[in-house]
Ligand binder design. Structure first.
Ligand code: ZN
Length: 148
């Protein structure tokens, strides 16, 4: 598939998720939301926006974007987010629980992502750590997954 032939949704998969947003508000357009970062190459100004764009990248199978936004020290060598793989999760929605900027180059985002694998529903509840590199770009470092 060439870049120009990529399938892109009209509404952003992240839904514009933000802390304290409970009701499903009208989702932003992909091109105005995560598309700016995934396709446009713009640097996400905050770790929250980067987190949302990484969720959207998972739904779209954008493995290269996930690698580019993952700290090199912790990025898995075998990262592959192919949404057409038989065991690939089907992502259902993102909720942001907490966004905590710690300083100019460190931040945490707590989120719940819902997905299905083989017809079974799951939820991933994680507190993620992000770091901003000298190039000004935020990257995912790692996270703590909680059971509930
Ligand atoms: Zn988005």
């Amino acid at each position: 598939m060439t870049a120009s032939a990529k399938q892109r949704p009209t509404d952003c998969p992240c839904g514009g998720a933000a802390p304290n947003r409970r009701d499903p508000a009208k989702p932003p357009r992909f091109a105005d939301c995560c598309g700016r970062f995934i396709d446009g190459g713009a640097a996400a100004p905050t770790a929250l926006e980067l987190m949302r764009s990484r969720y959207s990248a998972y739904t779209l199978g954008e493995s290269q974007y996930l690698r580019d936004t993952w700290a090199p020290q912790t990025c898995p060598a075998d990262l592959d987010a192919d949404p057409n793989a038989p065991d690939a999760p089907r992502w259902l929605g993102l909720q942001i629980k907490r966004f905590t900027p710690l300083d100019a180059t460190h931040a945490e985002v707590e989120f719940v992502a819902r997905y299905k694998v083989g017809g079974r529903a799951h939820r991933l509840h994680e507190s993620s750590r992000f770091i901003r590199g000298e190039d000004g770009r935020w990257r995912y470092v790692d996270g703590d997954v909680s059971d509930r």
